[in-house]
Design a protein around this ligand. Structure first.
Ligand code: SAH
Ligand code: DHB
Ligand code: MG
Length: 222
């Protein structure tokens, strides 16, 4: 099986079921033009995030890693009118671009971007005593995923959902001797989740236009 085939299936199925519109396409085009890396979730994955939020009835969402706002738009569109999405981004230029695309999608009222290292923002949110989130999507730098997961456990409500993207990395995650700090981070995260009594979790491998990767879906005890 080749990447070409995975990509063709993503395009065929997304063309039938996903319904990507001008605002989402524009978010990707603006990111490409500005030279951002092409590492947003695929449209099929964006729609999955959107559906999960609807299934869960989530109205408060936290995202780590905004990039150009593509996943942000997919998720914010699943919110009820009084819902809120807070997204954390290190790079001020990425955040500025995302803000424009989010405005283009008509979602500025629902979305707030905080610029800075995600770990600093997470600690600040805890200090501020922010209301807990219904769903947290961890998709920033991969090496820090264990620290992000640790904070997410404290910022997520009982019965809430934590999703972690890019766990599989072409299957590299099974290599205990990997020298890739991102893969090491994912292995540490999985080992943490394995012994974390507050969560029930599973890993789903994916292929598609973004290659071979996968995500972890975790449910906190209620
Ligand atoms: N969620 C996006 C993709 C995010 S890519 C989507 O699917 O559309 C990962 C993002 O994490 C990049 O924008 C990168 O700048 C950001 N990032 C990297 N290190 C970070 C850090 N320490 N804190 C916050 N964001 C970080
Ligand atoms: C990378 C980051 C992502 O969020 C992603 O979906 C794919 C790749 C990366 O940093 O390489
Ligand atoms: Mg990702």
């Amino acid at each position: 099986m080749s990447w070409e085939r995975w990509d063709a299936v993503d395009r065929y199925t997304a063309g039938l079921l996903v319904g990507e519109d001008a605002a989402l396409e524009e978010a990707l085009n603006a990111s490409t033009e500005a030279g951002l890396p092409a590492i947003a979730v695929s449209s099929n994955q964006g729609k999955m995030l959107h559906l999960l939020i609807q299934i869960h009835g989530a109205s408060r969402i936290l995202e780590l890693g905004t990039l150009g706002g593509y996943s942000t738009i997919w998720m914010a569109r699943a919110l009820p009118p009084d819902g809120r999405l807070l997204t954390l981004e290190l790079d001020p230029a990425y955040a500025a671009l995302a803000e424009q695309s989010i405005a283009g999608a008509g979602l500025s009222e629902l979305v707030e971007i905080r610029v800075g290292p995600a770990l600093d923002s997470l600690l600040a949110l805890r200090d501020e005593g922010i209301e807990l989130f219904d769903l947290i999507f961890i998709d920033a730098d991969k090496k820090s995923t264990p620290e992000y997961f640790e904070q997410a456990l404290e910022l997520c409500r009982p019965g809430g959902v934590i999703l972690v993207d890019n766990v599989v990395r072409d299957g590299a995650v099974v290599d205990p001797d990997t020298e890739d700090p991102g893969v090491q981070g994912m292995r540490r995260f999985l080992e943490m989740a394995a012994v974390e009594p507050r969560v029930s979790a599973t890993t789903i491998q994916t292929v598609g236009s973004k290659g071979y990767d996968g995500f972890v879906l975790a449910l906190l005890d209620s």
